[in-house]
Design a protein around this ligand. Structure first.
Ligand code: FES
Length: 153
């Protein structure tokens, strides 16, 4: 045993060169892990449970004024609740059928409007002008107590 030797935690002698080789090897492994782990997580994202919902509480009575709308989450997707001028609740998917932008309610037009390419839907969800090729999917709306509940048809 030389004066350069140190002991491992187990008591076995290790040379200074062996110690630095070990430390360098550990550093290289740690560096590779720090680079590869985020890359792997990016390429293979963790499975997330699909947020499946058949009904949600979209709002409470009084949240909307007549001739207004509100975006809410229906599962993982945005949806739109509209309170018409006549006081009727209607709900639709808020995903435009053209290129998947989120639509909104425009009280001044009394229409559902997509800002991306000026697409317009009427209050039945029908595509009436602009590029949207299909109507919006309409949901059922029921009022239970003070809750406005939206469910899939
Ligand atoms: S994405 Fe809505 S009109 Fe184009």
């Amino acid at each position: 045993m030389t004066t350069d030797d140190t002991k491992t935690p187990g008591g076995a002698p290790i040379s200074r060169r062996g110690f630095f080789d070990l430390a360098l090897g550990g550093g290289v492994i740690a560096l590779l892990g720090a680079i590869l782990y985020p890359l792997t997580r990016f390429v293979i994202p963790p499975e997330s449970p699909e947020a499946v919902a058949s009904q949600v509480v979209a709002a409470k009575i009084g949240d909307l004024t007549p001739n207004s709308g509100k975006i809410f989450r229906f599962g993982k997707d945005p949806a739109l609740l509209v309170l018409t001028k006549s006081g009727e609740y209607r709900a639709f998917t808020a995903i435009c059928t053209h290129l998947d932008c989120t639509v909104q309610y425009r009280g001044d037009l009394e229409r559902i409007w997509c800002a991306c390419h000026n697409g317009n839907y009427d209050l039945n969800g029908n595509n009436v002008s602009g590029p949207p090729p299909l109507p919006l999917t309409q949901y059922n709306v029921t009022v239970r107590g003070d809750q406005i509940i939206v469910s899939k048809a």
